[in-house]
Ligand binder design. Sequence first.
Ligand code: SF4
Ligand code: SF4
Length: 476
Amino acid sequence: MQPSRFTVRVPLPERDEVFLLNTLTDAQAIVSPDVAALLDGRAADTDAAASALQTLADHGFLVTSRDDDDRALAQHFSEVRHDRGELRVTILTTEQCNFACGYCVQGDHGDANASGRKMSLETADAVARWFAAQLDAVRPQRAVMTFFGGEPLLNLPVLYRLAERAHVAARMRGVTFLINVITNGLLLSPEVVGRLVPFGLNGVKVTLDGDREAHDRARPLRGGQGTFDRIVANVAAVAGLCRISIGGNVAPDAIDGYQALLAFLAQQPFAPAISKVSFKPLIDTQGSARSAVSASGARARVIPLAPVGGGAEGGTCMTARGAGRASGCDSCGVDDLALDDLREQTKRAGFSTPDGVHMGPCEIHRAHAHTVGIEGELYKCPGFSGEATEVVGHISREATVMERESARRFNRLAAYELCGDCAFVPVCAGGCAVASHHELGDMHAPTCHRRAFESALVTLARDTASSATEPREGAA
Ligand code: SF4
Ligand code: SF4
């Protein structure tokens, strides 16, 4: 027997114990150092040690050979790819946005808002028919539809039409149906929520980029007016009517604004209604996007690296972007440890937040996860939307030769094959393909935030230990 290469350990000196996690099986254990030493080949010279050794093997901490790990990893990615339990569909209802965020070339800059496309009701009907056909083909237990944009609430007729028709299609087939909305919050209201709840509204995610000062600087209206107060008032108005989560884009120089935001949120009467607070590094595409503007004279689009549909919490999109293992991501510039610290502060403020270890594999690795564009074109994830060369099909016509070739490219995605023996491959899969595509010019190359995983692992170990009143299974 040998340790699985997906087994990671965190010493807990204050308890004289060791936290074990296998990132492939997700088995977790807190064991005594002598049990942990069995992983290193210490002889199991007592009945208790032999029993502990067997327990470690049963949970995948030990394997008989490297081939075991390889086979199990291949099986893991195959199961992720072919999972039929949940159909995930992200709908881009409009390219328009009523904000003029400095970091975003979409939205209300110049004539972008007027010229941005919107999904038509006819296309929405076609999407509903395609969705019903997907339900018949996949036969999932659950379907999750996430509305995204642009700003999805700027196209309410399409949003309502699709929500209702998809809800009916799912109900007729006995499929649980959930709706998520990712919005800037400016148009969020009890009326909107009231219309969507009967169709299965699961949650609304609202973006706040820091406290009032930081947010208003980052996410103003076109005239420069702040949006923070109105968004907070809107959140307060719908709190209790549906699940609300707060997401933010973390800029490298704005960490302080998030700390102030957490303190502010914790004091609000609606704080208990917030189901989750999560922050992701701001994906800085402006360099390439702005050069696209100057080169072609056309306005480039933002890459919407926000969470995509799926799961009760609304998504598993990662934050990975940039190459290397250095302290800060090459492209987003946000220090991994600063993000981990922010996660800690979020928990201390009383909010649930992702643990930073269980981050994937993301939607792009799932066959039954789709992003539908304004005209009904299909993408593998929202991060590729609007790029004609990355379209993989269409909801109501045969895929073209180019689209089929594009789909084949996505099906071959396996950047993790270049990641060697990294223990985080099962939960990272080589990072964000959109980041690889834009930063490295190759979606098949890994973008690495390993240090973020390692830092989050230490926090997970401490949290698990502090919540464990008794030694965990496998402890001697
Ligand atoms: S490839 Fe990147 S943007 Fe797309 S779903 Fe995965 S993590 Fe999100
Ligand atoms: S990208 Fe980095 S953290 Fe992710 S699997 Fe590869 S080496 Fe590991």
